[in-house]
Design a protein around this ligand. Structure first.
Ligand code: PSU
Ligand code: MN
Length: 307
């Protein structure tokens, strides 16, 4: 039984009580990560990919003060079209609930609510992490990492967002005891950036959804928290590293000039990158979110009753 403060949609509740696979999806990428109407289309496509994979999608948000696992289509469309929605990471959930707000949930907040509902698998684009020059300058390290350390949910993603300092993000994941499973890869994916020349290691490679499920289930049995299951963006839409880094240099400088810091930093830089690459990062971002939703459905199936 979910706690009384949590709304779980009828479809998701029925699937959970019957032991059928469910995949959580987040809402911050809809309100803050992608522009209208790509955000609505991506959210619908991700839900459809989960269904095509034989699982039930459960998009998560706080709806007028009610933490909700399994938004309806009209709710999702409304979120996608509304500007200025609150972005809630783990720390903001209490304020959103206590003050009756509607809020989009980041990876950290989505993990917390998915876990409260009993959902073990969650798909997103790229997690947050250590921002470039975070140490001693901004201390901007995403709450996604601390939530991964404590909450037993498997997050299927294309690594961490490539606007970040990826080597430091990987170091922090190790420190926090978060396994990084590479799905048929040895490399930690770089979100929308092409995988050639990537030398960042995952902690273990898995070859199938069943292996991912087995490694994660054992991690949790041994007292662990969350884990990542990572796959790179499809090569035909990923942005070459050289081109990406040039655009990112400009986007980060623009963010600084616009004083886009803290929770505003990531949305600003993603939007500016989309402009500077003439939409190529958007195409890549959309494709990788949908691919992750598809893989998450397969892993949720592989769990069966094993956890
Ligand atoms: N994945 C995407 N686009 C996004 C995000 C993930 O493809 O916009 C969101 C997630 O909600 C993630 C958040 O938790 O960005 C990280 O924000 P911050 O860097 O402020 O922690
Ligand atoms: Mn941050």
């Amino acid at each position: 039984m979910p706690p009384d403060w949590l709304t779980v949609s009828d479809e998701v509740a029925a699937a959970l009580s019957a032991g059928r696979p469910v995949v959580a999806l987040e809402s911050t990428l809809v309100t803050h990560g992608l522009p209208w109407p790509t955000n609505r289309d991506t959210a619908r496509e991700a839900e459809a990919a989960v269904r095509a994979g034989g699982a039930v999608p459960a998009t998560v948000a706080v709806w007028h003060g009610r933490p909700t696992v399994g938004l309806s289509s009209p709710q999702l469309d409304e979120l996608a079209q509304t500007s200025g929605v609150m972005k809630a990471s783990r720390r903001d959930l209490g304020a959103a609930v206590g003050l009756g707000r509607t809020a989009a949930t980041t990876v950290s907040a989505t993990m917390a609510l998915a876990h409260a509902a009993g959902v073990r698998v969650f798909a997103t684009g790229g997690i947050g992490g250590a921002h470039r020059a975070a140490e001693g300058v901004s201390w901007d390290v995403s709450a996604d990492l601390t939530e991964l350390a404590r909450t037993p949910v498997l997050v299927v993603c294309a690594g961490a967002k490539s606007i970040l300092d990826l080597p430091r993000t990987l170091e922090l994941l190790e420190t926090l005891g978060v396994p990084v499973l590479g799905y048929r890869t040895d490399r930690f994916p770089r979100f929308t950036v092409a995988d050639e020349g990537n030398a960042l290691p995952v902690s273990v490679r898995v070859e199938s959804p069943a292996e991912a499920a087995a490694a994660f289930a054992a991690h949790v049995r041994l007292g662990g928290g969350g884990a990542l299951l990572t796959q790179p963006c499809a090569a035909d839409v990923a942005v070459p590293a050289g081109e990406y880094e040039a655009a990112l240099g400009r986007a980060l400088a623009d963010a600084d000039r616009a004083h886009a810091h803290g929770p505003a930093a990531t949305p600003f830089v993603l939007a500016r990158l989309a402009e500077l690459t003439e939409g190529r990062t958007l195409t890549a971002n959309r494709a990788l979110i949908v691919a992750n939703a598809r893989l998450a459905a397969a892993v949720a199936q592989a769990f069966g009753g094993k956890m």
